[in-house]
Design a protein around this ligand. Structure first.
Ligand SMILES: [Zn+2]
Length: 76
């Protein structure tokens, strides 16, 4: 019975979500991580947390892309 199985799966998912929030929050933490990785180097496609400071990004440019400017690697 595919419909019954689907319902069960959905129920389990909801259960896991609420459980994750109450305890360590590992499930939502993963989601938050993905959303937070919003800065991406345009040259090597490495991603950074949106909270990464500009000096750290400048450090990335200096170490990985010596011949490039900051603007060539990041938008802001
Ligand atoms: Zn890079």
């Amino acid at each position: 019975m595919p419909s019954g199985y689907g319902f069960h799966k959905e129920k389990m998912k909801k259960c896991a979500e609420s459980g994750g929030k109450r305890s360590s929050g590992s499930g939502s933490h993963l989601l938050a991580n993905r959303a937070a990785m919003s800065i991406q180097c345009k040259v090597c496609r490495q991603t950074f947390m949106c909270t990464t400071s500009r000096s750290l990004l400048e450090d990335h440019v200096a170490r990985r892309h010596e011949s490039r400017s900051y603007d060539e690697c990041f938008d802001e």
